[in-house]
Design a protein around this ligand. Structure first.
Ligand code: ATR
Length: 289
């Protein structure tokens, strides 16, 4: 190793010695695939506030073992992502009533060995929307009927919006409509007949993974001047957002929901107000890379 390399190693060791001690609190995330953006965003926030916390992403499928490990290793908090948000509920000591109603937990806090589950996805979605529009009384088209759609449906009802839900598998949307008292719109074919709304939300996975480059609705249905939000955050600009912009819509990219749900987690884990600017900039950089 050259002189430069030694210097870098020394600097690294000094930094680690300062930041990681026997007092350091460990937080992190569990998901089938370890998150890349989460550690960067949360660790940037800890660093900005000088907190002796560290955040790691675990790509795991053993949810029960993860919760046992969380207790045994005194891990302070875990974000829970796909596909563990329902299963994790079985292994908690307490579940916040809102998370119970939604039927999914995306945040687990360990208070002296007692694990409590929360759902901050609905907060993320509502905050991202309310930054741009007052939801009360607005007509919202919600597409999708998975866990994310359930959390968003809850949040929209909480904000007193008028919600119409559509999904490829229509009976799943019908179930959410009846659970939350919103209007069942129908299948994706029924969706093509929609001619009027204030806000359209894609809560399906179309636009990500194997469906990158696809949009859940055609351009013709994207109405000039209306607001379109995609919950897909990678790629940063999905096909839906691209064609919505072309059609003259206002758009909200998926990272907006992601940052707002993460702020809740940061605050639940550390008890400190999250440094929004630092975390937002870091998240955007991580997703755009
Ligand atoms: P999450 O918990 O993130 O919401 P999920 O429960 O797997 O994930 O839900 C994924 C959503 O994307 C569902 O609404 C799903 O539609 P189905 O209920 O019909 O499965 C939707 N989705 C996934 N692939 C789709 C596709 N190729 N076309 C239309 N919708 C799709």
């Amino acid at each position: 190793m050259g002189k430069g390399g030694v210097k870098i190693m020394e600097e690294l060791i000094r930094t680690l010695a300062v930041t990681i001690t026997n007092e350091t609190k460990l937080c992190g995330s569990i998901a089938a695939t370890a998150s890349k953006a989460g550690p960067r965003m949360h660790n940037a926030g800890y660093e900005a506030l000088g907190l002796n916390f560290v955040y790691m992403a675990f790509g795991v499928n053993d949810v029960k073992g993860s919760m046992m490990g969380m207790k045994a290793l005194k891990i302070r908090g875990l974000a829970v992502s796909m596909p563990h948000k329902q299963e994790v509920m079985k292994y908690l000591d307490e579940i916040d009533p809102t998370a119970s109603r939604i039927g999914a937990v995306n945040t687990v806090v360990n208070d002296d060995g007692k694990l409590k589950g929360y759902n901050s996805d609905w907060i993320g979605a509502v905050t991202a929307l309310e930054e741009r529009i007052k939801l009360k009384g607005k007509k919202i088209i919600l597409i999708g009927a998975g866990g994310a759609a359930r959390a968003i449906a809850y949040g929209l009802v909480h904000s007193e919006a008028q919600v119409f839900i559509y999904n490829r598998t229509a009976d799943k949307a019908e179930r959410i409509a009846s659970d939350f008292g919103i209007t069942f719109g129908g299948s994706l074919e029924d969706l093509t007949k929609v001619t009027d709304y204030d806000v359209l939300v894609n809560a399906t996975s179309i636009g990500s993974g194997g469906a990158v480059g696809l949009s859940i609705v055609p351009e013709a249905q994207l109405l000039r001047g209306k607001l379109v939000m995609d919950i897909v955050f990678y790629p940063f600009k999905t096909k839906l957002l691209e064609i919505a912009e072309k059609a003259g819509c206002e758009t909200i990219p998926g990272y907006r929901m992601l940052i707002h749900q993460a702020l809740f987690q940061f605050e639940a884990f550390t008890g400190r107000k999250a440094p929004f600017d630092v975390m937002e900039t870091t998240l955007k950089q991580a997703l755009s890379a």
